[in-house]
Ligand binder design. Structure first.
Ligand SMILES: Cc1cc2nc3c(=O)[nH]c(=O)nc-3n(C[C@H](O)[C@H](O)[C@H](O)COP(=O)(O)OP(=O)(O)OC[C@H]3O[C@@H](n4cnc5c(N)ncnc54)[C@H](O)[C@@H]3O)c2cc1C
Length: 289
């Protein structure tokens, strides 16, 4: 006989949060990671030890709005919804277009990609260079945490069992003047998990670098970023001197520690990651996008 699974689907976020405060539940948004994690043999129902709580239908978690120059994105916006939204920056849309195929993009959510905390999560390198902040909501109110603090390891996040990720904030993303790139290297252009992901962000005043950020995915347990290295480039002029580029590459040669797995080798990953970084830093001109 099939095992009984308790599932909740409340109409309001408040009711959802009250239940989470009473009982440790498995939060299900699009379910595209969770159903893979709990997959069972054909005809055998999945074994899920905790009650499930569905959140993907909650309209409060699907809002997108501007707040000054900041962009707020509801955690339960699906990829397809984000692709349709005029407010979403083009580099994020570019990253989303590389994720899976339309059926998964109709279900998978941005919040799910973050909370799943896979090193190969495609939106993560970009969210790191956007300095994304996350709004964690519980019956006690909201707490805001930087994405780099929230993601602590492979599938390990700083989330209390009574909290949901409600919103992703991209600070100052609606300000003009930054050039942002996203690159994913996989076996094919879509429906492939990343061997390496890269995001770069640069803001200049004339030829002087005012802000620069870069992050790698799939080359370590979490996204690889070094704010200290970035700070060393602020105030320099573009095109960067070969010596400056060499210094950054040499630092990342030590910081990046990929692994061999079924998708790629550590050596390939490191070579590609450093090539992407070199390409980004060597540009003679960065056009705002
Ligand atoms: C065939 C296939 C291809 C895929 N291809 C890609 C790909 O190319 N790139 C890529 O990055 N990913 C890919 N994925 C993974 C997946 O689609 C994404 O990570 C997606 O964003 C997960 O979102 P979801 O809403 O389905 O998450 P779910 O499966 O519902 O949840 C994932 C995790 O996050 C938690 N969670 C979800 N939302 C919240 C919230 N708001 N608050 C608190 N906790 C939450 C859940 O409890 C769970 O632990 C693929 C998956 C499949 C099945």
């Amino acid at each position: 006989m099939a095992e009984k699974i308790i599932a909740y689907r409340f109409d309001q976020v408040d009711q959802t949060l009250s239940q989470l405060n009473k009982e440790n539940c498995l939060i299900m948004a699009g379910g595209t990671d969770l159903m893979v994690l709990h997959k069972s043999r054909r005809g055998v129902p999945p074994k899920i030890q905790k009650p499930i709580i569905f959140i993907d239908h909650l309209s409060e978690l699907k809002r997108m709005y501007k707040n000054g120059k900041d962009l707020h994105i509801g955690a339960c916006c699906t990829y397809s919804e984000l692709l349709e939204a005029p407010l979403i920056p083009l580099p994020l849309k570019k990253a989303i277009k590389t994720i899976a195929a339309p059926a998964i993009r109709n279900r998978g959510t941005l919040g799910g990609n973050i909370c799943n905390a896979s090193p190969a999560g495609d939106t993560l390198p970009l969210l790191y260079v956007y300095n994304a902040k996350l709004v964690l909501r519980s019956v006690s109110g909201d707490r805001i945490v930087a994405i780099s603090d929230f993601i602590q390891g492979v599938r390990r996040v700083d989330r209390g069992s009574n909290e949901i990720l409600a919103e992703i904030i991209l600070p100052s993303v609606l300000e003009e003047g930054a050039y942002v790139v996203f690159e994913k290297v996989g076996n094919r252009n879509a429906d492939a998990i990343a061997k390496v992901g890269f995001a770069g962000y640069i803001r200049t005043n004339g030829e002087v670098i005012k802000d620069i950020r870069f992050a790698f995915g799939a080359v370590g347990p979490t996204m690889v970023r070094s704010v200290d290295m970035e700070k060393k480039l602020i105030g320099k002029t573009i095109p960067l001197a070969d010596a400056d580029i060499a210094q950054v590459l040499s630092a990342f040669d030590k910081i990046i520690k990929p692994i061999d797995d079924q998708r790629s080798t550590a050596r390939y990953r490191k070579t590609v990651a450093l090539n992407l970084l070199r390409y980004f830093l060597s540009s003679k001109q960065y056009q705002h996008n």
